[in-house]
Each structure stands twice: as structure tokens, then as C-alpha cells.
Design a protein around this ligand. Sequence first.
Ligand code: URA
Length: 185
Amino acid sequence: MPTLAELEREALACTRCPLSGGRTQVVFGVGNPDADLMFVGEAPGREEDLKGEPFVGRSGKLLDKLVLEEMGLTREQFYIANVLKCRPPNNRDPLPDEITACRPFLEEQVKVIGAKVIVTLGNFATKLLLNTTEGITKVRGRTYPYGVATLVPTYHPSAALQGGGTEVLARMRADLVRAKQALPA
Ligand code: URA
């Protein structure tokens, strides 16, 4: 198995898809490499592309707040990465070819980190890891086995920011409580 540092070095030089031509920085992932908890988002946005770090914009601030309030955890205590490591132009949805090109990085990250609980944020991460075409609203609200780990699907924080409002937030909070309960004591 490669180390996380080796994987990151490979990702930083990646030209497997055309998104590499438009990036400022590769956004590989950050956090505790031995974490019990891992979050998987969709793709870097503008601020992430500039900083080289996932979830540093508005969605990230909301996520940090919810995770602290419902799970009592901060960034240093979990790991966070995206399905795509490079920003799609104007934050458009990831294309199937981009996901296919990038997914080996995420799959290796998941293996190397070996988290006990994986929380997928939104449709792209959830559909990829659960290998389903069902949407997030349908699949959330319960846990799924993922190898030896437990997978907890929830909304992407941008769904709460873009009009989902209190209902989406309440469901996200409930999903995070579910994730907390699935963590080892
Ligand atoms: N949205 C994502 O899915 N990932 C990020 O890193 C930022 C916003």
C-alpha cells in the first residue's frame, strides 16, 4: 500500500484529466491520517483551489460548526477529502470521466486512512462510495456497511446554504449524531 505522502505527491503531479490544466492547486485532503472519522465531499471550489485545502469556504465553515456542535470534533481529529482533487470550472458538477480518472486517489486514501466511519457529503460522494444511482434524500437517514467501516450519507453543506434551510440542517445534524454513535467509544 502506498503511504498518504506518496499518494499526495502523485496527486500533486496528476494530469489524468483536463481539470489539471485549470487548477491553481491540487486539493488532496487534510486532517488526521489515523482518524476514525473521514468526510468525503464533491470537489474543490474557488477558495479551496486557491488554498489547496478542502472545505475552507462557506460550506466548510458550516461543516466545521455542525461537526463541532453534534460530534464535539475539530479538523485535527478527522480527515477530509473530495471525490475530485481539482476544481471544475465555475464549480460545475463533476463529469463521469473526471470521476473515473480521480477515483483511485480517493479509494487509496480511504484504504490508507482506514477510518471506522465515513461520512459522504452530497450526491457525488454518496453515489460513488455506495455504488448507487439513488439520490441523497432517498439514501440518507441510516448507515451502510462499507468494508469494515460504517458509511453515513448526508447532504452536502451547500444544500443547507442554498435554500434547504432548517429542514436540511436538522437532517444533517441527525446524520452527524448517527456518525458519532457509529464511532468506537
Ligand atoms: N465543496 C466540496 O465538495 N468540497 C470542498 O472542498 C469545498 C466545497
